[in-house]
Ligand binder design. Sequence first.
Ligand SMILES: Cc1cc2nc3c(=O)[nH]c(=O)nc-3n(C[C@H](O)[C@H](O)[C@H](O)COP(=O)(O)O)c2cc1C
Length: 175
Amino acid sequence: MDFKDLVAKRRSIRKFTDEELTPEQTQTILRAALMSPTSKSTRAWRFIVVDDKDLLRQIAQSKSAGAEFVQTAPLAVVVLMDTDATDVWVEDASIAAVSMQYQAAELGLGSCWAQLRLRGHLDGITADECLRDIFGYPEQFKAECVIAFGHPAIERKLQDESKLKWESVSINKFE
Ligand SMILES: Cc1cc2nc3c(=O)[nH]c(=O)nc-3n(C[C@H](O)[C@H](O)[C@H](O)COP(=O)(O)O)c2cc1C
């Protein structure tokens, strides 16, 4: 599949079958993250690959809403960044995360992003604090997101070419 088709095919998938990913699929997805560009080539990420059902459930509950699908996935990758190593860690983490999503789509797998940074519970406990409790990572590391992966249990349409916001693109001026 060429990249032009891949970008239309990638859609967020939040329902997965019980089929596990193969070790090769998991490795290929992580390879895409580890090859992703970073500012000044700092590569200050950490990726926690999670396939333990109880841990997936705990991650799904690390914010009040919007991460429920993580507990139904066979695998998820928590994207952490060393915030002492780079001031643009949000960008570096996001690029790695979306690189994994495109690689998953190319493998015929589904994925969905669950936002962790700036998210949490109504009582003020952040998703990052919940994950720090679970995994015990040091203070300078921060969680950006978790990406759930699996075999799609639903089919989603390709991106709709007719709905692309071409009006948000301008040439040589702001419009
Ligand atoms: C920065 C970011 C945060 C997101 N956070 C969540 C989330 O917490 N929960 C969720 O279900 N989807 C989340 N998504 C997925 C979006 O809802 C999804 O990409 C959007 O609806 C467009 O659909 P598509 O990915 O199928 O094109 C997030 C996506 C991005 C890029």
